[in-house]
Write a protein that binds this ligand. Sequence first.
Ligand code: DOR
Ligand code: ZN
Length: 434
Amino acid sequence: MNDILILNGRLIDPLSRVDALRDLLLRDGRVAAVEMPGTLKGQESAQTIDAKGLIVAPGLIDVHVHLREPGQTYKETIATGTAAAAAGGYTSVVAMPNTLPVNDTPSKLDWMLDAQRGSVVKLFAMPAATVGSMGETLTDFEALRKAGAVGFTDDGKPVLEDHVMRAALIAAARAEVPVSQHAEDTRLTGGCSMNAGPMAFRLGLRGMPIEAEARIVERDIQLLREIERAEGLRPHLHVQHVSTARAIEAVRKAKREGLHVTCEIAPHHFALNEEAVGDYDTHAKMNPPLRAESDRLQMIEALLDGTADCIATDHAPHAPFEKRQEFERAPNGITGLETALGLALRILHRDRGLPLSRLVELMSSSPSQIVSLAGRGSLAAGHYADLVLFDAGAEWVFDATISRSKSRNTPFDGSPMLGKVRYTICEGHIVYRG
Ligand code: DOR
Ligand code: ZN
């Protein structure tokens, strides 16, 4: 009845190793068939989408978004944040737990994932690793896992204490999900509002040293080694928003060693450097901060050479009145769901030659594997009908005033983008048409 036929598009599905013209039939929320062009016939009632000239890919998956509900719905709601996600080509997002109250119990997780919240894409969540994200007592990983947790994190803050992080990695390994770490040694970053370097010096701001990130990444990797040796478990560490050359090098070495480490890079960390702070622009303030140009270039290398597993936006909406304050008082974070694909296509694909199949891997298939989203991240028959259709050659300029997000805090207002989302389809429903 509600069949959708997608004809003449270029299907890029890295998990099934397809990059070729294919027609797809979507039925009952799933991919029913993937065939050579012109061979799918007899679907009289089907809605037809002519995808000639478009890339057809598994819907984008973001393992790191802040949707602000419950508690801060003046910044964003699950409905508005996921509408922005759909407009950006995303069909699944993973909500961080730094809501008010912190998402640290199965009942709060249930409430967040309830259909009544009005999510327009598939919503997943990572509850807090510690009660109230206070870094002391672990939450109930087993119960939260049963309630749908796809990982654990205290994002916004690190799990700082060695013994707490060790226990979190062990409990998460038993639950077969990752611990996502916001790698910041907060003992080194108190009162800091940007990257430590010449720009902070010029602006008279206290800067966060690169060691604050690198030390936590290195400590966590050491914990993986110790746990593998002593407990016979294989914990999975996921490093969030890596921003420094030193941290990415630690991840590269740990992967070579065979440890289970994955990491994400946010678009702003491959698109911008600390110079973007300019004249105290609070739209260039986030945590981790924009770093030196040499760090930015290393983020691109890591995306090109496979060290980085995925691109995650860290979509962090804040209201205009909050960003319209002195730089040091303004909150950290920028929106990102509607600009991630356009930046990745322009900066990584066009300027640096990242193949489209690798881009789809970074934004869909690989994130689906990091948080084990069964049936997503691929368009092989039987998978969920989660798709993005985009025109990879379309040039456009992002206009923050027409964002679907409730907030406008982006440094990319007026920035050139490459690649326009034409359709986002989630479980067989068209959730965005561009
Ligand atoms: O920039 C950030 N914003 N970094 C974080 O770690 C938290 C996030 C937020 O919640 O606003
Ligand atoms: Zn974070």
